[in-house]
Design a protein around this ligand. Structure first.
Ligand code: UDP
Length: 315
């Protein structure tokens, strides 16, 4: 029998990022409790982990309290893609806010360290470029993205108030666009949409003229960042940006996907969604200095692995 390194709770553990994190924590020797309500995730993502005796799965919605004994909490649970979080916006805000209150309460009782995956969406449609952590953002508080953006901003507020008021060991990271194997094929995200369309020889759906930019971080790089953040001393609270600073227009992404898949479907253009940020690129100076972390997988390489994943799952 081996003694576990510690007990880690991953909320949203069956999601795209959560499932990779559970896998990594198991490999690192943790006992892992995966909590999910499967609103925007799938059990397929964790099926390969179920035989591991140190892995436990619980169907639970974080808007309700949770009573378990853990040492570290990775609080990821929240629908994160626009089509998922806009389907039931009231529930999205509840998940971000009540979910955080419940998980912070759990951390307070158990003394666990707690990490929040916040988002680059807290910067809204940014007026500062690239985005540094001390930029306060430009968010429309009543727009269609507000349930997610303001929900996560309120979650950050709660984390920092629990830290100041109750001395909780908090870690807040702001994730920029992340992609890779196990992305939901129909979550409406640009990478999954483009790859799935390309593999079906359907036109790639570019919104607007495709001149808006995003910075895409490969999943393995992101997981490394989350683990490094949790390992920091109690004085490190964040917020810290985690993302790949390589900035691409959506048109450039489309070109790359066309080149790598050889699709014959071409491109079709649709209106830009309301409040769609024009530019987004993380400044990761703080992550480099505090965590010694920076992404290593270039977009072309990560895209090849992602295309490979979709090719094998969709066929
Ligand atoms: N986008 C696009 N075609 C799609 C899906 C998204 O052109 O099929 C654009 C979208 O308008 C946005 C960017 O790609 O400018 C990233 O969208 P995504 O939903 O992946 O992430 P987010 O907007 O949350 O960064």
């Amino acid at each position: 029998m081996t003694i576990a390194k510690g007990r880690a709770l991953v909320t949203g553990g069956s999601g795209f990022i959560g499932s990779h994190l559970c896998e990594r924590l198991l490999n690192d020797g943790y006992d892992v409790l995966c909590v999910d309500n499967y609103y925007s995730s799938t059990k397929d993502n964790i099926a390969h982990l179920l035989d591991n005796p140190r892995f436990e799965v619980m169907r639970h919605d974080v808007t309700f309290p949770l009573y378990v004994e853990v040492d570290e909490i990775y609080h990821l649970a929240c629908p994160a893609s626009p089509i998922h979080y806009q389907r039931d916006p009231v529930q999205t805000t509840k998940t971000a806010v009540h979910g955080s209150i419940n998980m912070l309460g759990l951390a307070k009782r158990t003394g666990a360290k707690i990490l929040l995956t916040s988002t680059s969406e807290v910067y809204g449609d940014p007026l500062v470029h690239p985005q540094t952590e001390d930029y306060w953002g430009n968010v429309n508080p009543i727009g269609p993205r507000a349930c997610y953006d303001e929900g996560k901003r309120a979650a950050e507020t709660l984390f920092f108030d629990y830290n100041r008021q109750h001395n909780l060991k908090i870690k807040v990271v702001r994730l920029f666009n992340t992609y890779g194997p196990r992305m939901h094929p129909y979550d409406g995200r640009v990478v999954s949409n483009f790859v799935v369309s390309a593999l079906n020889n359907q036109p790639l759906t570019v919104y607007g003229e495709g001149q808006q930019t995003r910075s895409f971080c490969y999943i393995d790089d992101l997981i490394e960042g989350l683990i490094s953040m949790m390992a920091t001393g109690d004085d490190v609270t964040g917020p810290i940006n985690l993302g790949n600073p390589g900035e691409f227009t959506i048109a450039q992404l489309a070109e790359l996907v066309i080149e790598q898949t050889g699709t014959t479907g071409g491109v079709s253009y649709f209106p830009l969604p309301q409040d769609d940020p024009v530019r987004r690129q993380p400044d990761i100076t703080r992550a480099k200095a505090t965590l010694g972390w920076e992404p290593t997988v270039p977009l072309a390489e990560g895209l090849t692995r992602t295309i490979e994943f979709f090719r094998s799952t969709l066929s």
